[in-house]
Design a protein around this ligand. Structure first.
Ligand SMILES: Cc1cc2nc3c(=O)[nH]c(=O)nc-3n(C[C@H](O)[C@H](O)[C@H](O)COP(=O)(O)OP(=O)(O)OC[C@H]3O[C@@H](n4cnc5c(N)ncnc54)[C@H](O)[C@@H]3O)c2cc1C
Length: 439
């Protein structure tokens, strides 16, 4: 698919046109997106207390838009334990030195100064849905009218054996931050005779193309910087989960001789002493083992004790996608990776879900009916080499018959290969998505 076709494809909805405008707003090389002055409206007639838990892609967007759309009388508090947010998006490029961790670090200053969001740098430890309040690790109790939970994901333990020191070397780097830096050091220590093994958990996991993207950029780095090396992808799934044409091409052509893709490789055990990964389809040895564990919703959901984790065998939060309100606990909304929907677990869609959720909460405050036809959009750019990227795009529309979000038109569309142009588009897409979330 060419860029013009991409524009036609995602131009299928008003919301996606807005997203598209933002995605390419830097075409003229101006900085308007980041510097737009904002006045929080005083005349919405809406009031209420919103607490947002989790300052990642979903939660930060929800806090910002609650004020932007709700107005001055919507009291918004964001609760997040970390002072800064390390973006998972583009963290694969930190592994190979194309970006620094600093370049993917965001803070909450603008949220406070520009939008009047209150920030609590703490974690929510308990939710009381009857009293409609949350307890924080810093001892405070905050009351809400509507609670938005966006705690992201947690992991199942890996089946590891070996010394504690060696087990500690098996990293996922699937939550950006300290592990990203540590995995980067492990990759840098490789020689052209070494093998990098990455394991992909069964779906659903965050960022369907993310692991294949990581394999590509690591393979590219090994070839360019080390003069060779091997990357083995052990995928617990039966096949490539996103952009199958582009990644098959990348594995068989662009990174031929370096990447080996092994589907159906459910992990049985990992011996951290010998660097051996035992799977359903054989055993594999590597110098660096990047094992991504099976995902579940953040522990705030799975350990809430109030029935929020009512989907996917108790691993995810079931929601009504007209409002993202929990299907079991009233006045509590769950957005982003922690929720169970037909949409991918991705930052772009987390941003879109946050806006649908906030729109619904403002309507509920106002006593209006919910929008019965929400539309969301996800685009995901993936670097294939240092200078080229590919992408996928999909627009979802609410389907009343199934009460789910279903892909519109041609469904998930992938780009016609990887190119330098797409790489340039990717940089703009990232800047604008992060501006829309944090600035
Ligand atoms: C390598 C990689 C590449 C990716 N690339 C892309 C991409 O190109 N495009 C894309 O769209 N997506 C991408 N993603 C996926 C994207 O990063 C996630 O889907 C997105 O971050 C989900 O947003 P979230 O808000 O649900 O969770 P997060 O962004 O993880 O935020 C969760 C926040 O909740 C906080 N929290 C947790 N528990 C509590 C608590 N009890 N109290 C208070 N706060 C709490 C955490 O500290 C965290 O800040 C990628 C992911 C990875 C790992």
């Amino acid at each position: 698919m060419k860029r013009r076709d991409f524009i036609n494809h995602i131009g299928a909805s008003a919301l996606s046109l807005a997203v598209l405008h933002e995605a390419f707003a830097h075409d003229d090389d101006d900085d308007r997106v980041k510097n737009v002055p904002v006045t929080i409206p005083t005349n919405t007639g809406v009031s209420g207390r919103v607490i947002v838990v989790g300052g990642g892609m979903a939660g930060t967007t929800a806090a910002k838009y609650s004020r932007l759309w709700g107005g001055v009388d919507v009291d918004v508090t964001l609760v997040e334990p970390n002072a800064v947010y390390y973006s998972n998006i583009f963290s694969n490029m930190v592994l190979t030195g194309e970006r620094t961790l600093n370049q993917i670090t965001f803070n909450y200053n603008t949220l406070i100064s520009k939008y009047g969001v209150k920030l609590e740098t703490s974690a929510v430890t308990n939710i009381d849905p009857i009293g409609k309040n949350v307890h924080l690790g810093n001892g405070k109790t905050l009351a809400y009218d509507r609670l938005i939970l966006a705690p992201g994901i947690d992991f199942d333990p890996l089946p590891l054996s070996g010394t504690a020191d060696n087990q500690a070397k098996i990293l996922h780097a699937w939550k950006a931050g300290a592990q990203t830096t540590a995995l980067k050091a492990q990759i840098q220590s490789m020689t052209k005779k070494d093998t990098f093994i990455m394991t992909i958990p069964p779906k659903p996991y965050r960022c369907p193309p993310g692991p294949y993207e990581r394999a590509c950029v690591v393979a590219d780095y090994l070839k360019r910087v080390k003069g060779g090396g091997k990357v083995i992808i052990l995928d617990a799934n039966p096949g490539i989960q996103a952009q199958p044409t582009n990644f098959t091409n990348a594995f068989n052509n662009t990174h031929k001789g370096i990447i080996t893709y092994v589907p159906g490789a459910t992990i049985n055990s990992i011996d951290a002493n010998t660097g051996t990964v035992n799977t359903a389809v054989g055993s594999f040895n590597g110098k660096v083992i990047n094992a991504i564990p099976t995902h579940k919703a953040g522990s705030l959901i799975t350990q809430s004790g109030i029935g929020l984790a009512n989907a996917g065998g108790g691993r995810w939060a079931g929601v009504n996608v007209l409002s993202y309100e929990s299907t079991s606990v009233p006045n509590v909304h769950i957005i982003g990776d922690a929720s169970s929907t037909t949409q991918p677990k991705a930052g772009h869609i987390a941003n879109a879900e946050a806006k649908v959720c906030v729109d619904a909460i403002i309507r509920l405050f106002r006593g209006d009916t919910l929008n019965q036809a929400p539309i969301t959009n996800s685009s995901c750019f993936t670097p294939i080499t240092k200078t080229t990227a590919s992408w996928l795009s999909v627009v979802f529309r609410y389907d009343p018959a199934t009460a789910t979000m279903l892909p519109t038109g041609k469904g998930v569309v992938e780009s016609s290969g990887a190119s330098k142009d797409f790489h340039e588009d990717m940089l703009k897409w990232f800047d604008n998505l992060m501006s829309d979330t944090f600035a």
